[in-house]
Design a protein around this ligand. Structure first.
Ligand SMILES: Nc1nc2c(ncn2[C@@H]2O[C@H](COP(=O)(O)OP(=O)(O)OP(=O)(O)O)[C@@H](O)[C@H]2O)c(=O)[nH]1
Ligand SMILES: [Mg+2]
Length: 359
């Protein structure tokens, strides 16, 4: 090893000289501050004494100058690369896409379609853009609608009312009772069926009155059940009826006791068809949480309510793509029985693109 002593004003200055002389492999062995010059202790200057060493085998002074230059160059190149990367728009923003593609992406982002889906659709739209000469708005929206319909094809419920007992569950205020009345009305008016009501929602007096009001308008009997014995008796009483609609109390869906109580009260057996009622006005995270909470109950299909109360359809579409359950009905207003429709992927996708501003 070659060892050499250097005296400099500062460490950076010392390093510069050491690197130039001994090369980048040089190591600092020791450093200390020293006083140099002066006369009889006066006019001395504080300096830094640095002892550096380099392994003789590695040391090739001539080349070091070159290597050092290369190193500097590489450093600068890397810095430039980094600068370019930070200046580039992130892949998440649509800045780098053609205008029409950007329009579609921001539209879907605005609709709260989640990134997972957005990424898939973005790649496909880019492909479409480059393979379709003079692609216009209309053509793009048609294509997008088809794409979403295809993507949601599993969500169409082929059969409803396969069982005698129809039961609706879901969070508070999503429209369970109103929807139940709409469903009952459609069975009476369209299929001329003998219909009865049961309510297990004894949580609020007004809830019983609400169902009784619908029952008297539709001229059907109603049983109020406070416990599972009442419930079994009510089932007996309505044995002769074609179809029995069962209303349940909405509770805070974060309260797992509610799901437990539901299980205790109702017998989710082979005669029971259960609809989970979700509102289109809910946030994505809440929809996911509700779905998770209710996954302990054998749900047959979903009913989406209040589509008339939102302009953002991403959350329910995201949920339908990730859950395995089909959707059976949508509701689009408060009127019984009119504001109920069968769910189709076409309808939900038409809602999604309802606000698209054509050029
Ligand atoms: N705009 C609109 N309002 C609706 C729709 N469906 C229900 N509603 C209204 O939502 C409110 C709550 O409806 P309910 O049927 O009482 O809801 P619920 O889920 O039974 O409520 P709880 O029993 O308290 O859990 C009422 O004012 C309904 O008229 C719909 O599709 N659109
Ligand atoms: Mg209710």
């Amino acid at each position: 090893m070659k060892v050499k002593k250097y005296v400099a004003s500062s460490m950076p200055e010392a390093m510069k000289v050491i690197r130039a002389e001994l090369g980048p492999e040089a190591v600092i062995l020791k450093s200390r501050s020293v006083k140099v010059g002066g006369f009889l202790g006066a006019f001395t200057k504080k300096k830094l004494e640095v002892i550096a060493g380099v392994d003789d085998q590695v040391k090739k002074p001539k080349k070091y100058v070159k290597n050092h230059t290369n190193e500097e160059l590489m450093k600068q190149v890397n810095e430039l690369k980094q600068l370019i990367t930070t200046m580039q728009p992130s892949r998440n923003t649509s800045v780098e896409y053609p205008l029409l593609v950007q329009k579609a992406i921001s539209f879907l982002q605005h609709q709260e379609i989640e990134e997972r889906l957005l990424k898939e659709v973005r790649d496909k739209v880019m492909e479409l853009y480059y393979t379709t000469p003079s692609l216009g708005d209309k053509q793009l929206v048609e294509w997008l609608k088809n794409w979403f319909e295809e993507y949601l094809s599993h969500s169409e419920c082929s059969k409803v009312f396969q069982k005698k007992y129809i039961n609706v569950v879901g969070p508070t205020g999503v429209g369970k009772t109103t929807t139940l009345a709409k469903l009952a009305a459609s069975c009476i008016l369209e299929q001329n069926q003998r219909v009865a009501f049961i309510t297990t929602d004894t949580y609020r007096i007004s809830a019983i009155d609400q169902l009784k009001t619908y029952a008297s308008i539709l001229n059907v009997p109603v049983e109020v059940c406070y416990n599972s014995e009442d419930f079994q008796q009510a089932l007996q009483r309505f044995n002769e009826y074609d179809i029995v609609f069962i209303d349940t109390a909405g509770r805070n869906f974060l309260d797992s006791q509610y799901i437990h109580d539901l299980h205790n009260m109702l017998s989710f057996n082979e005669y029971m068809e259960t609809f989970l009622v979700l509102t289109a006005t809910a946030k994505m995270a809440d929809l996911r949480e509700v779905y998770k909470q209710f996954s302990n109950i054998p749900i047959d299909s979903i009913i989406l309510t209040k589509l008339d109360e939102t302009t953002t359809f991403g959350p329910i579409i995201n949920l339908l793509t990730e859950c395995q359950l089909p959707a059976a009905f949508i509701t689009i207003g408060q009127d019984v029985p009119d504001d109920l429709e069968k769910y189709t992927t076409k309808k939900i996708v038409d809602y999604l693109f309802g606000d698209w501003k054509y050029e």
